[in-house]
Write a new protein. Structure first.
Length: 193
């Protein structure tokens, strides 16, 4: 009687490679699912962080997918929005692109709490509005019917921002919470086959 033990190394190695490939695919899918969810988290966080943000600001997050070759998904703020949201994240001082920053004092604001794009030019086209420095305040002034003056827009050389967005901290906290569940779900799919 005889019993031969034969190496099954080739089949085993092939199986290990398949599982390794499947695990990388599961990681990529879990990373991508996490990033997709984080885009929604970012947009909801923006609504909570700011008073009446525009839809452009609300939908500032975007993502790049992970792949088996590159196990990294990326969630980011789009370039234009990042230009002004970075100051809300890190704090600091904003300097104007031109000579000054217009800050509304008594000007009408739109539903988002901002001056309209052409509002300053429209004001200055009116004969009862003018730019002047009065008592050390430079801005757009309006002549009142009773002879007084009303400051409509103040011109400031800089604006200071406090840290209030906390975007990176929010993304990190939610990524740590979301990824393990997505990864477990993808691994479960692999091993149920």
């Amino acid at each position: 009687m005889q019993f031969d033990v034969v190496s099954n190394a080739a089949a085993f190695t092939k199986g290990v490679k398949r599982v390794r490939n499947d695990v990388r695919f599961a990681q990529a899918k879990a990373l991508t699912a996490t990033a997709k969810e984080l885009v929604g988290v970012s947009n909801r966080h923006t609504v909570r962080a700011f008073d009446r943000p525009t839809r452009f600001t609300q939908n500032s997050a975007a993502m790049r997918w992970a792949t088996k070759q590159n196990l990294k998904a990326r969630v980011f703020i789009k370039d234009i929005q990042a230009g002004y949201l970075e100051l809300e994240e890190a704090g600091g001082t904003r300097k104007p692109k031109r000579q000054f920053l217009p800050v509304p004092s008594n000007a009408r604001l739109n539903k988002f709490g901002n001056m309209g794009r052409r509002q300053l030019a429209t004001m200055l086209a009116r004969p009862d509005h003018f730019i002047a420095e009065i008592n050390g305040t430079v801005g757009v002034w309006k002549r009142e019917r009773r002879g007084g003056l009303k400051l409509m827009v103040t011109f400031t050389p800089t604006a200071k921002y406090d840290k209030r967005f906390h975007w990176r901290r929010t993304m990190e906290k939610n990524a740590r919470r979301l990824f393990p569940n997505f990864y477990a779900r993808e691994l479960d799919r692999i091993f149920r086959r």
